[in-house]
Ligand binder design. Structure first.
Ligand SMILES: NC(=O)c1ccc[n+]([C@@H]2O[C@H](COP(=O)([O-])OP(=O)(O)OC[C@H]3O[C@@H](n4cnc5c(N)ncnc54)[C@H](OP(=O)(O)O)[C@@H]3O)[C@@H](O)[C@H]2O)c1
Length: 321
C-alpha cells in the first residue's frame, strides 16, 4: 500500500517522537520538520523504519519552503510550542503567528486536515502570556480554515518529558520543595502514549470533533504529584507552601538563566486548574480512553533518580541461588 504523507512541525519533541513511531508503524509517511538536523537528526531517525521518514531542516522562517511542504501533504500536524520566550522566539511568534500562517496555507492548498496542539485551561489564565498567545492561535485557526482539529492536553508525561523528569531531578537535589498556591492546582496528567492514540484517531478520521480536551484518567493536585514522585524515587523532602511574592521573585532570578526552571508567566499559569473545562468534549466523551495511571508509568523510569538505581528495591538475599 502506498504510504500517506503527514507533515509534522515540532516532531523532535516529546509528543512528536512518540507520534512519528505510531504513524510510521501504521504505514503513514512522515515529513518531520526541525530547525537543526545535526542536533535533532539522531532523535528523529531512530523513530521510524527506513523509507517512512523524511527529515526537513528549516532553521528559520521561510514562507516558500513552508508553502511547498504544505502543498505536498494531506495532513499537517503542528506540535511547536515553547514555555518561555527567548529573543525573537516570542509566544506571539510561535503560538499565534505560526498557527495563523499554517491555517491560511492549509486553506489555500486545500489540505485534508490541520491538527494543532494547544493547551488545556488557558481560557482562565488572562495574566499568562503563554496562555493568551495559545488562545489567540486557536482563534486564528478557527477563522482561517474549516478542517482543523485543536487538541488541548493537560500536562503530558513520559520518560521523555520536561515535567516529571525535571521534578524528579529537583527533588533529588533540593532538601525542600516549594509549593506554589499551596500545591492545590489540579491536573489530569495524560501519558504521551495515550495522547498519541488520540492524535492517531484524529488522523484516521475516527472522530469529527474539532476541539478535544485531552485528559488522563486521574485528577491530581500538584502536591499529590510531588508526593507520588517522592515515593517513586524513595526520598523524603519538606514540602513548603511558598508565598506568591517570594515565588515570583525567585522566578525572576531563574528567568536570567538560558533555560529557566520556572518563570513568572508559568507561576501565573499555575493559578488555575488544568482539568477538563466542560466547554468541550474530552477524549473520554468521545470513547477514546486514556488509561495509563501516573503511579504505574513513573515507576517504569523513576529508578533513574533512585539511589542505587533500578534494582535497589530488590532484596538480593531473597533471590534463590
Ligand atoms: N508537554 C506537555 O505537557 C504539553 C501540555 C499541553 C500542551 N502541549 C503542547 O503540545 C505541543 C508539543 O509539546 P511537546 O511537549 O512535544 O513540546 P517539546 O518537547 O517542547 O517540543 C516542541 C518542538 O518544537 C520545536 N520548537 C521549539 N522551539 C521552537 C522555536 N522557537 N521555533 C521553532 N520550533 C521550535 C522543537 O523542534 P526542533 O528543535 O526540532 O525544531 C521541539 O522539539 C506544544 O505546542 C505544547 O505547547 C504540551
Amino acid at each position: 500500500m502506498k504510504p500517506k504523507e503527514i507533515l509534522v512541525f515540532g516532531a523532535s519533541g516529546q509528543i512528536g517522537r512518540h507520534l512519528i513511531r505510531k504513524l510510521t508503524k501504521n504505514n503513514y509517511k512522515v515529513v518531520a520538520v526541525t530547525r537543526n538536523i545535526h542536533q535533532k537528526g539522531y532523535v528523529l531517525k531512530t523513530q521510524a523504519n527506513p523509507g517512512y521518514l523524511e527529515i526537513v531542516e528549516l532553521p528559520y522562517f521561510n514562507l516558500e519552503k513552508i508553502t511547498g511542504l504544505i502543498e505536498r501533504c494531506s495532513i499537517c500536524i503542528n506540535l511547536i510550542g515553547i514555555l518561555y520566550e527567548k529573543k525573537k522566539h516570542t509566544f506571539k511568534n510561535i503560538h499565534t503567528d505560526f498557527p495563523n500562517l499554517l491555517s491560511k496555507l492549509s486553506a489555500e492548498k486545500n489540505i485534508e486536515k490541520l491538527i494543532h496542539l494547544s493547551s488545556l485551561g488557558i481560557e482562565k489564565s488572562q495574566d499568562s502570556k503563554y496562555a493568551m498567545s495559545k488562545l489567540e492561535g486557536e482563534k486564528k485557526i478557527k477563522n482561517n480554515f474549516d478542517n482543523f482539529v485543536i487538541l488541548k492536553p493537560s500536562v503530558v508525561y513520559s520518560v521523555d518529558d520536561d515535567f516529571s523528569t525535571n521534578l524528579m531531578t529537583l527533588l533529588s537535589y533540593l532538601p525542600l520543595m516549594p509549593l506554589y498556591y499551596e500545591g492545590k492546582t489540579k491536573f489530569s496528567p495524560i501519558h504521551v502514549t495515550d495522547l498519541t492514540e488520540i492524535i492517531f484517531d484524529v488522523v484516521q478520521g475516527k472522530t469529527n470533533e474539532s476541539i478535544i480536551e485531552c485528559v488522563g484518567p486521574e485528577t491530581l493536585s500538584f502536591k499529590e504529584i510531588i508526593i507520588k514522585l517522592l515515593k517513586a524515587i524513595d526520598k523524603k523532602r519538606l514540602l513548603i507552601p511558598m508565598p506568591l511574592s517570594i515565588a515570583k521573585m525567585t522566578a525572576k532570578i531563574f528567568e536570567i538563566m538560558p533555560n529557566p526552571l520556572i518563570t513568572v508567566d508559568q507561576i501565573n499559569l499555575l493559578k488555575h486548574d488544568n482539568v477538563a473545562s466542560g466547554n468541550y468534549k474530552t477524549n473520554f466523551d468521545l470513547g477514546i480512553k486514556a488509561n495509563r495511571i501516573f503511579d504505574e508509568e513513573i515507576e517504569k523510569y523513576s529508578f533513574n533518580w533512585r539511589t542505587g538505581g533500578q534494582y535497589s528495591r530488590d532484596k538480593i538475599s531473597n533471590i534463590k541461588q
